[in-house]
Design a protein around this ligand. Structure first.
Ligand SMILES: Nc1nc2c(ncn2[C@@H]2O[C@H](COP(=O)(O)O)[C@@H](O)[C@H]2O)c(=O)[nH]1
Ligand SMILES: [Mn+2]
Length: 614
């Protein structure tokens, strides 16, 4: 019987061709009638790899000897042909915790389904290779999704989702466990943040970098309502609670420019979880600061595990630590919001200011808990985009039947019958869930009990993981000077009720340029103008709300539409420039076209806070 294999390009693994290798073909690579020669010829003729010379299998093993071919050649194996370059993808061959044949983990699933949700959005081929190799090489992956914001990471792609069975993969979640985004309503009006007012507000954003209050107070902030448990990580890590952090974390004041959610006076009971035109909101993007990477280190290489079998006791330990970091990150976003609100709405949030209520004064735990409740009463939605979620799989159609179909979008459901959100936990957004669906939605009755794990490596969930109920809206941020779209997740036959997109959406526009490339390109383009790039009047909004950079010859062309940026780290000014990111409208359109969501409006950033050196 001939052996049925796939010959694929090592650098572009989606480029492939089937090949039948006759049983008489020699495993010894030297003769011209060898398996090696046949595969090389196929790569040359079918994949146009004229200089084809080396062959690998997933996991990185190179086929150079007769023994390699004997070990590896079997039906359905994928042979990756290189034109001299090394293996592209994650290597498993050197890792003793990953037994298997031919460098492939025994539980790897080379046939796992892989969806790429990008048609319009630019996607770097390296990220597609990373997506495919990760999906096929890591044990237990059953479905992988490249969101339209997919872009290359150090080893794994960002903007990706991996659903697994039997295995947990802490490195996929990465160090910023629980990173995510939360929107909060403010009482500011559009006119208070537009134009030069934005600059004045940016000036007011001070006292946001240092530690917040005392460790006892932070522990209460991170505690439960009864004061019985707390996700405090200890003083070392809690000291950074309430700070935005470096990289592309930010807290941004935005104006809702367009919304299809009516207006607050239309009597909606659950207006907290919807956004209306002209509202001014605060979008907070931050995670678990140093705490998450401390956890990752403890559970990876030095700790002896990269991927963990879910029946291993370490799996529970990791999940417990992960859940704490997620709760910590959520508490962090709430505290950042409190501190910002204290600057923005003076008088009401004194606990947010380190100078507001003297540290020594007796402050009851109730006072702190009340402040957290008050912040949560402003919270529209809070999501984690770096996390692992336990789920049943695939999503049951019946669970989402009756949920908004695209054609229903004009008529939003009456929320008067919906459960009020007391804001006591993240993701508790059920606002526009139709009463009909709310009654029908009983996930535990419908789904098999097998456990799967959704690993989100920079991807937003479509639902609240605690209740499994769909989220009403969630943010799709572009960059510090481009819009944030308001997405409404959908579950229809078009996206197989959330299976296609692995119950997830893009978490941002995603990088078009690596940090290194952006630093060189943007720094050159705006040489000597780092400070101008932070001015709201240096960039101009086009009709879709995207800003056209002032740049050479266009300096200071515009006054309206700009976002004032606080970023006292020059390197970040370059690395985080809007030019470094994909077009957020392309990303949104791809998700809509794939039936994964509807776009319900957009917000324009007016003041974006990254970092101050104080
Ligand atoms: N509205 C803003 N969006 C921004 C800003 N900086 C980055 N971004 C977007 O957020 C995501 C976050 O990605 P992550 O992988 O770091 O979690 C990123 O893809 C950008 O699209 C900003 O200042 N304002
Ligand atoms: Mn993030």
């Amino acid at each position: 019987m001939p052996t049925r294999v796939t010959v694929a390009s090592n650098t572009k693994q989606s480029q492939k061709a089937p090949l039948l290798i006759p049983s008489s073909t020699s495993f010894d690579p030297n003769p011209s009638s060898s398996c090696y020669s046949l595969v090389i010829k196929t790569a040359q003729s079918k994949l146009r790899l004229k200089k084809a010379s080396r062959i690998f299998v997933h996991g990185g093993r190179e086929l150079t000897t007769q023994k390699d071919w004997e070990d590896v050649l079997k039906d359905d194996v994928v042979l990756l042909v290189s034109t001299g370059e090394g293996y592209v993808g994650s290597r498993t061959e050197d890792d003793p915790s990953k037994p298997g044949q031919g460098g492939q983990h025994a539980d790897a699933n080379p046939d796992c389904s892989i969806e790429l949700l990008a048609d319009n959005a630019f996607v770097d081929t390296l990220s597609i290779t990373q997506l495919e190799t990760t999906a096929r090489a890591l044990p237990g992956i059953v479905h992988a999704v490249g969101q339209p914001d997919l872009h290359p990471g150090t080893k794994f792609p960002i903007g990706a989702v991996f659903v697994s069975k039997g295995w947990l993969h802490p490195p996929l979640i990465g160090g910023d466990i629980g990173c995510g985004m939360a929107w909060y309503k403010t009482r500011l009006s559009r006119s208070q943040v537009e134009g030069d007012k934005g600059r004045k507000i940016a000036e007011k954003l001070r006292g946001l970098e240092g530690a917040w209050r005392r460790q006892e107070d932070r522990e209460v902030w991170l505690g439960d309502e009864e004061g019985k448990g707390s996700c405090s990580a200890g003083e070392q890590w809690d000291a950074s609670l309430g700070t935005v952090g470096a990289g592309n974390h930010f807290a941004e004041l935005q104006v809702v420019e367009e919304s299809s959610m009516g207006n607050p006076t239309s009597g909606r009971e659950d207006a907290q979880h919807e956004l209306y035109e002209d509202e001014v909101v605060l979008l907070v993007h931050s995670g678990s600061r140093g705490y998450g990477s401390h956890i990752l280190k403890a559970f990876t290489k030095e700790g002896g595990h990269d991927s963990i079998r879910d029946d291993d006791s370490t799996a529970k330990e990791y999940l417990d630590a992960h859940d704490r970091a997620c709760a910590w990150a959520s508490g962090n976003r709430d505290l950042i919001a409190l501190r910002f609100l204290a600057c923005l709405e003076p008088g009401s949030w004194d606990l947010g200011l380190n100078s507001g209520i003297p540290l020594g004064s007796s402050l009851s735990a109730d006072h702190i808990r009340q402040a957290r409740r008050d912040v949560q009463s402003r919270r529209v939605v809070d999501i984690w985009h770096n996390n692992v979620e336990i789920t049943t799989w695939p999503p049951a159609q019946s669970a989402y039947e009756g949920w908004l179909l695209p054609s229903d979008s004009a008529t939003l459901p009456d929320s008067s019958t919906q459960k009020a959100n007391n804001g006591d936990q993240p993701h508790s957004d059920t606002a526009a869930l139709p009463a009909l669906t709310a009654q029908k939605f009983n996930i535990s009755d419908e789904l098999p009990l097998e456990k799967f794990y959704i690993h989100r490596k920079g991807a937003a969930p479509t639902h609240n993981p605690s209740s499994s109920k769909p989220l009403t809206i969630l943010p799709l941020p572009g960059s510090r000077a481009t819009p944030t779209l308001i997405l409404h997740p959908t579950f229809t036959p078009h996206n197989t009720y959330g299976q296609t997109n692995a119950l997830s959406l893009a978490h941002g526009a995603g990088r078009a340029l690596s940090r290194a490339k952006a630093a060189t390109y943007v720094a050159e383009k705006y040489a000597g103008k780092a400070n101008d790039l932070l001015r709201g009047d240096f960039v101009k909004a086009d009709k879709r709300g995207n800003k056209i950079a002032g740049g050479k010859g266009g300096e200071g062309r515009d006054v309206h539409g700009g976002c004032w940026v606080v970023c006292e780290d020059k390197q970040l000014v370059w690395e985080e420039a809007p030019e470094a990111y994909k077009d957020v409208w392309d990303v949104g359109e791809d998700l809509v076209a794939k039936g994964c969501c509807e776009s319900w409006g957009w917000c324009r950033g007016r003041v974006s806070y990254k970092v101050r050196k104080e």
